[in-house]
Design a protein around this ligand. Structure first.
Ligand SMILES: Cc1cc2nc3c(=O)[nH]c(=O)nc-3n(C[C@H](O)[C@H](O)[C@H](O)COP(=O)(O)O)c2cc1C
Length: 420
C-alpha cells in the first residue's frame, strides 16, 4: 500500500458470486478505460464467470480507481461459506480500509443474509467505522424489483454502524447502483445499472480526495442549521445543538423554516441549469433566503420535529429544494446531518426520509442519524448530537478547500424530462 493512500474495500454479498479476491484484482487490472471496463464485464458476464452483483461491483470499483487509492475485494462467501478467507482477515481489512463499496442481490426487496452477517461481524468485533465512507450497488431480476428499497435498508445499516454514506452522484444522483438482471450472464445488457454503479465508485473516490485534502481552520467554517416543527425560538434541543457547534469555534447560521413563506413547487421547468444564473425560481416567496444560505455554508444539519402542537413546513420546504440539483448540484460534497424529533408516535420514519431525499442533492450523509422519539412520557434517543457535530465539522473542514479548488465540478443534465 502506497504511503498516504486510502484503502477501498469492495465486498460482494451474493450467494452466486464466482470471483476470488485474485479474480477481482486481475479483472480490474485489465480495465484500462471505460471501453475495456465495459467489454470485460460483457465478456465475463456472457461466459457466466461473474454473478450480476459482481458485474456491478466491478464497475463501481473501476469508477473509484485512482493512483491514490488501493483496492482490495472480499467475496463474503469465501469468509462465511468456506474457509478461504478467515474472519480475522476480514476484520483486518475492515479495520484498515477507509471505505467500502458493497454489492448485494435484491432478495425480497431487501439485502442478502451475507450482508446481514457482515453487519453482525462489524458490530460484534467493534470495528472502527468512524469517518469511513460506504456506497452500495444492487441487482434485482425485475425492473422495479426492490433495488431502491434494498439500497435504503443497506445505507441505513451503514449509517447505524457509523459509516458516512454516498449515492451514485450525477447525472441521476439517486441512492446507488441499480442493476436489472435475473439469470447469471445478463448484467452486461444493463448499461444503466453499470453506469449508476460506476457513479458510486466516483462518489467514493471524491470522498477520499476530500478527506485527504488540507483542513481549513474551524474559525473559517459555517454550518447551516435549518429547523422546522418548533414553537417560537425552537427549544432546548436546538440550543444544545448550536452550543455544541459553537464551542468548537465554528460559526452557525440558523433558519426557522416555519417562519418563511413557502409555496408548493409548481413542477415547472424553470429551475436554473447553470451556476451562472440566479436562483431562478418563478415562485416569489422566502425560499430565496434558503438559496442564499446554501451559497455560503460548509455543512448542513436539518432538523424536523413532528408533534401534536404544530405541523412544520419540512415537506413543503423539501419539495422546493429541486433548484439545488438543477443549479449544477450546488450542495455537492457538503456534509449533511439529520436530526429528527418525533414528539408523538407516528412511525413516519422521518430520519430515513430526510437522509434519502438529501442524498439526491449529492451530499455526503454523515453518521449518526440522530433521532429522538417520544410517546409523551418516555423518550428514546438514537445517536448522539455531539458525535454528529464532531463528525460533520471534521468533513466540513476538508470540504471547504477541496470545493473551492474545483468549482463547477458537476453539471446538471435533465434525465427523464425533455431538454428544458
Ligand atoms: C431468494 C431470492 C429472492 C429474490 N427476490 C427478488 C426481489 O425481491 N426482486 C427482484 O427484482 N429480484 C429478486 N431476486 C432475483 C435476484 O435479485 C437476481 O437474480 C439478481 O441478479 C441476483 O444477483 P446475483 O447474480 O449476484 O446473485 C431474488 C432471488 C432470490 C434467489
Amino acid at each position: 500500500m502506497k504511503k498516504g493512500n486510502n484503502l477501498l474495500l469492495g465486498i460482494s454479498t451474493s450467494t452466486r458470486a464466482k470471483l476470488s479476491t485474485q479474480g477481482y484484482l486481475e479483472a480490474l487490472n485489465r480495465m484500462s478505460d471505460y471501453q475495456t471496463m465495459y467489454e470485460l464485464i460483457y465478456e465475463l458476464g456472457s461466459e457466466k464467470k461473474i454473478s450480476n452483483t459482481e458485474g456491478l461491483l466491478l464497475a463501481s470499483l473501476f469508477g473509484a480507481r485512482s493512483k491514490d487509492i488501493d483496492i482490495n475485494v472480499i467475496n463474503l462467501k469465501d469468509v462465511f461459506k468456506s474457509t478461504k478467507i478467515s474472519k480475522q482477515e476480514l476484520t483486518k481489512e475492515l479495520d484498515r480500509c477507509s471505505g467500502i463499496i458493497l454489492g448485494t442481490p435484491v432478495y425480497f426487496g431487501d439485502r442478502s443474509s451475507l450482508f446481514e452477517k457482515l453487519v453482525e461481524h462489524i458490530r460484534t468485533n467493534k470495528i472502527d467505522t468512524k469517518n469511513k465512507i460506504f456506497g452500495m450497488v444492487t441487482a434485482g431480476a425485475k425492473r422495479n424489483g426492490g433495488q431502491e428499497t434494498t439500497l435504503v435498508f443497506g445505507l441505513l445499516d451503514a449509517l447505524n454502524l457509523g459509516f458516512n454514506v454516498v449515492g451514485n452522484g450525477p447525472p441521476t444522483s439517486q441512492f446507488g447502483g441499480t442493476g436489472w438482471a435475473g439469470d447469471i450472464g445478463k448484467i452486461q445488457d444493463d448499461n444503466f445499472g453499470i453506469d449508476t454503479s460506476m457513479g458510486v465508485g466516483k462518489r467514493v473516490k471524491r470522498y477520499f480526495e476530500i478527506i485527504s485534502s488540507k483542513a481549513t481552520s474551524k474559525k473559517e467554517l459555517t454550518i447551516g442549521i435549518l429547523y422546522s416543527g418548533f414553537n417560537k425560538k425552537g427549544d432546548m434541543r436546538i440550543q444544545d445543538l448550536i452550543l455544541n457547534i459553537q464551542k468548537s469555534g465554528v460559526e452557525t447560521k440558523l433558519i426557522d423554516i416555519d417562519r418563511l413563506k413557502i409555496k408548493p413547487c409548481l413542477a415547472c421547468a424553470k429551475c436554473p441549469h447553470t451556476l451562472e444564473t440566479d436562483y431562478g425560481c418563478i415562485i416569489k416567496d422566502d425560499m430565496s433566503e434558503i438559496r442564499e444560505l446554501f451559497g455560503g455554508i460548509n455543512g448542513l444539519i436539518l432538523i424536523s420535529r413532528k408533534g401534536n402542537d404544530k405541523i412544520g413546513k419540512y415537506q413543503l420546504f423539501l419539495e422546493r429544494t429541486r433548484f439545488i440539483r438543477r443549479s449544477n448540484f450546488i450542495m455537492s460534497d457538503i456534509p449533511f446531518g439529520v436530526y429528527s424529533i418525533e414528539d408523538k408516535l407516528t412511525g413516519s420514519q422521518l430520519s430515513t426520509r430526510m437522509f434519502m431525499s438529501f442524498l439526491r442533492h449529492n451530499v455526503f450523509v454523515v453518521s449518526p442519524l440522530v433521532q429522538s422519539i417520544s410517546d409523551g412520557s418516555n423518550t428514546v434517543r438514537i445517536g448522539h448530537i455531539d458525535e454528529l457535530c464532531c463528525n460533520l465539522i471534521k468533513i466540513a473542514s476538508k470540504t471547504k478547500s477541496a470545493i473551492s479548488k474545483s468549482k463547477s465540478r458537476y453539471t446538471y443534465k435533465s434525465i427523464g424530462y425533455g431538454n428544458t
